[in-house]
Design a protein around this ligand. Structure first.
Ligand code: ADP
Length: 637
């Protein structure tokens, strides 16, 4: 089968391999890069929107808590001004006797208890404490000069004194609200309320809120985390630090800066601050971990120069954003993997389809060729059939011709033998005439026994004549190519036909063959043998001691009979034409030249053969091979 080469023509290797190699080399890094990129984008978007949402939430929290701080502070604003209305206070400031002092001390003590402030005290215009609510305590302010305090200096000038500071007596932090006490339009003293704001811090801690309040100097004065307290949220110059230290506002605290690792301004009053993990400024439980980021939202507190800052931790958000990023990366990897797998499968299916189509095409071609070849074969088969028909007809014609020839040959043989036949028949006839004449006379004389003997002899002679004519009739009869023949019987019949000549010539006969069954018609075998033996007898006419050998042997499924004589043999010229029809060396009417030709044809018609050998010792041997009916030879004769 030849296939269309176009079907199997592949792309040149350089072109087919390169794109695939490039794809295999660059696809994995590309997928990884895209995975990382998309993962980062997922992380960034998640963090961005998370911060925005946190920021909105935080804004509400900021407002709420800032208001709470404002209300806490404003709660005490009116308190110092109340003392203006108290006559005992103005009496003390006008006439500072021990009695007046004690009266005011008691009053302030009661007032302080009710308002839950830390301390309430009254100073004269020089800044000396005239009376105080904590007059009983060891570290009472009574008699102290607090003129250096900024709140006093403001208040004595008629301005509201707001001040966060650490007490110089006991180092206790507090919020100081001062008010200049007026009488007849003149400041006669200053009333101060000290408030502690720790309750606010505790509230924040309980609510797990991270927040702080920074004052006008940028110093954290209130913080949910004590570690951040008294740290500066803005950079402080040495000069400012010096000034603040001298004011003793923050006692002797070092006022370190609250330094974030990174600071990113997201909007007005909104920042992202990152603190180092081991920072002492961070809550204890968060140290020794990763850097901590906060969303810091700041808002000024009304009526004060302070700012309230709310810190919202971002690590949960960050963790969530990382998870989202990983999720996006994994989802992309999955999609990429599915796409690659789908693409590979599509290619495999396409290859299979192409292969199937190629196979189908090859099949179609094969079928076409088979159909063509079948048509050719059918045509040649038809031709062969017609040739066979013609051959059969020719064979039939030939067979008929052969039959005719055989018949002609037989008739010729009969004609050839007519003289001897006539002789053979005349002899008994003459004898019978004599015997019958004698018998009549013996009967007339009454010699019945002699007559009976004569009649018996006549009978024998008639039998012999009948046998001769029967043999001739059987020889002359049309035979058949098929059938079985007994070799023994055929030899006997041939000798019967030629009996007279055999006897006349006194031929010495040697029989060395077996009575086998051979595949030939009995009559035809007899005709062959008559021809062969007859020729031998002819050749031995001049031989004083004629001898005839009939020798047989089985060979290769056939039986080979040799008919050998010690006659004159065949010369070289005659050997060439021996089996040609009408070739004869016999003079006159004696030979027709058909015997050997017909015998060879009869043998060949049954699958046998007739050949000739020329023994060196002289004479001639004809070899007749005929197929055996049964391979087992019969008993030797
Ligand atoms: P015919 O006997 O009529 O001549 P055949 O075909 O039988 O025809 O024989 C052809 C010739 O072959 C004979 O004329 C004879 O010369 C030769 N021939 C046949 N058999 C023998 C034999 N046994 N010995 C010598 N010559 C033979």
């Amino acid at each position: 089968m030849k296939c269309d080469p176009n079907l199997y023509r592949a792309a040149p290797p350089s072109l087919a391999v390169k794109p695939r190699l490039i794809r295999h080399l660059f696809l994995p890094p590309l997928v990884i890069v895209l995975m990382v990129g998309l993962g980062y984008a997922g992380f960034w978007i998640s963090e961005h929107f998370g911060i925005r949402s946190l920021s909105e939430n935080g804004q509400r929290q900021l407002e709420l808590n800032a208001r709470a701080v404002e209300s806490e502070i404003s709660k005490y604003t009116y308190l110092p001004s109340l003392l203006e209305l108290e006559s005992s206070v103005s009496q003390l400031l006008g006439d500072p006797t021990p009695e007046h002092r004690q009266t005011v001390n008691d009053y302030l003590e009661g007032l302080n208890r009710r308002s839950r402030s830390r301390a309430i005290y009254v100073m004269d215009t020089t800044g000396r404490v005239m009376a105080t609510s904590n007059w009983r305590d060891v570290d009472s302010y009574l008699g102290e000069d607090l003129s250096f305090r900024a709140y006093f200096q403001n208040a004595v000038r008629g301005q509201p004194g707001r001040f966060y500071g650490i007490g110089s007596t006991n180092g206790e932090p507090g919020y100081y609200l001062a008010h200049g006490l007026e009488e007849h339009g003149k400041i006669i003293g200053v009333a101060v309320v000290k408030v502690r704001m720790e309750a606010m811090e505790e509230r924040w801690q309980r609510a797990r809120l991270e927040a702080f309040v920074s004052d006008e100097n940028g110093i954290i004065i209130l913080s949910s985390d004590p570690a951040r307290r008294l740290k500066s949220v803005v950079p402080l110059s040495d000069e400012t630090k010096e000034k603040l230290a001298r004011s003793l506002q923050y006692y002797w605290f070092p006022l370190n800066e609250l330094q974030p690792l990174a600071r990113e301004t997201l909007a007005e009053g909104v920042e992202k601050l990152t603190f180092p993990a081991n920072s002492e400024l961070l809550p204890r439980q968060e140290r020794d971990e990763e850097n901590i980021s906060y969303l810091a939202q700041t808002r000024p507190l009304s009526d004060t120069p302070w700012n309230f800052t709310l810190l919202t931790p971002l690590q949960d958000l960050r963790r969530e954003a990382i998870n989202q990023g990983i999720l996006v990366a994994v989802a992309f990897a999955l999609v990429a993997f599915l796409l690659i797998a789908w693409n590979e499968r599509r290619k495999v299916i396409a290859t299979r389809l192409a292969a199937r189509e190629a196979l189908q095409e090859a099949n179609n071609q094969l079928e076409r060729r088979i159909t063509e070849r079948t048509a050719d074969l059918r045509a040649s088969n038809d031709r062969l059939k017609s040739q066979i028909r013609e051959r059969r007809q020719a064979e039939e014609t030939l067979r008929r011709a052969q039959d005719e020839l055989v018949q002609a040959g037989k008739l010729a043989a009969i004609g050839q033998m007519s003289t001897s036949i006539a002789h053979e028949l005349n002899q008994p006839l003459a004898a019978m005439r004599t015997l019958s004449g004698n018998t009549i006379r013996f009967l007339e004389r009454g010699q019945l026994d002699v007559a009976s003997t004569n009649l018996k002899t006549i009978n024998d002679l008639i039998d012999r004549m009948g046998r001769i004519t029967a043999s001739l009739r059987s020889f002359a009869r049309r035979g058949d190519d098929k059938g079985q023949a007994s070799l023994g019987k055929a030899v006997e019949a041939a000798l019967q036909v030629l009996g007279a000549r055999v006897e006349t010539a006194a031929v010495q006969l040697h029989r060395q063959f077996e009575d086998v069954q051979v595949q030939i018609d009995q009559t035809r075998l007899e005709q062959i043998l008559v021809n062969l033996i007859g020729n031998a007898l002819d050749a031995m006419q001049a031989q004083p001691l004629p001898e005839l050998w009939l020798e047989g042997e089985a060979f290769d499924g056939k039986y080979r009979l040799r008919v050998r004589d010690n006659g004159h043999g065949i010369d070289a010229e005659a050997r060439k034409h021996l089996f040609e029809p009408f070739f004869t060396t016999k003079p006159g009417e004696q030979g027709l030249g058909l015997g050997l030709t017909l015998s060879a044809s009869l043998a060949a018609a049954t699958g046998g053969h007739l050949g000739v050998e020329h023994p060196a010792s002289g004479g001639t041997t004809f070899v007749l091979s005929l197929p055996l009916v049964s391979p087992t030879p019969a008993e030797p004769i």
